[in-house]
Design a protein around this ligand. Sequence first.
Ligand code: HGY
Ligand code: MN
Ligand code: MN
Ligand code: MN
Length: 408
Amino acid sequence: MSAPSFQTMWAELARVGKDPGTGGYRRYAWTGADLDCRAWFRDQAEARGLRHETDRNGNLWAWLGDPEAGDAVVTGSHLDSVPDGGAFDGPLGVVSAFAALDELRARGARPVKPLAITAFGDEEGARFGVACVGSRLSAGQLTREQAHALRAADGTSLPQAMEAAGQDPDAIGADPERLGRIGALVELHVEQGRALDLTGDPVGLASAIWPHGRWRFDFRGEGNHAGTTRLADRRDPTLPYAETVLAARREAQLAGALATFGKVLVQPNGVNAIPSLVSAWLDSRAADPASLDTVVAAVEAAAREAATRSGVELAVVRESFTPSVEFGHALRDELARILEARSATPLPVIDSGAGHDAGILSASVPTAMLFVRNPTGVSHAPAETAAEDDCVAGVRALADVLEGLACA
Ligand code: HGY
Ligand code: MN
Ligand code: MN
Ligand code: MN
């Protein structure tokens, strides 16, 4: 039984769900690419003699030792992507988990606690609109009813997609027993920013995750002919939409926060037809909840004012929200102690504007995150990258952590 190397695992996974035109990844929940990622995960588990399973919420687990024993040390991340995502966001944490286990075995370390490698389902929410579906369901932060109500842009419901993939949608729900058997969960993730590049460190620890959410703005006007409708007679939803995008940038700047309209759907989307509806999604984040509330309220107020001026109706729905996460000091300090014993230099501790499964699960189990340097900071785009040496440093740090937490 020879475990594939990091490079081999990476090369195999890198072929899955890559769009030849953009070079980005399109691994959306319960699509063929997702199923191929799941098959890859299973192959890695089997190549290492690990017991693998898919839990009721579609999260993948590969076990060394008996999960029933409890106090398990768990590490992993996710395999799905945003549209045209990069290769590292998610997969780096899963590939590094398998490679760290291989390193642990090569060191002759003997785990005295169960070890598990995980890949949480639908972390990006690219197809059904809510991030971290797999971990939220397990943590009881998303109900079965809410999940069943999720629809993809093509009208496919989450239950239909799960059913087509052979996963029972009626089995989803909170999984306190499974989470109760976890003693510590550590997620390794490529940094989605440049803090480590600025400090010059290959690896860092996470202190917190910013509060962030997604709001859908539906601007409903009146469809009409682009060539025969006088400007004064129009109720064109693209006007208030455009003003709202500018307001989002202005308000975020004022509050030192972030606001992005990255997804917009125009109906009927015809060149010679004034749209009847513009649906636009705001992604907003801030270092503190008050700033986030201020930005979102100001953007919504500006949108309502602009919609009224254009004779357009506006509905705003908050589709998902993650409150700020502070990673517990106990586990974080334990990781720092383990890692600084070898490196002799203090590890940088950085916050994250990006959400993660570890952030969701931190409400249920002790969690910590390791970040690996991203030299450009670019993420959620095909250009996302990390240096091989830094990935190796990440694997070694994760192996040190697993050895420190789970081995005699
Ligand atoms: O959007 C995020 O923050 C994460 O990458 N899902
Ligand atoms: Mn992401
Ligand atoms: Mn991620
Ligand atoms: Mn015509």
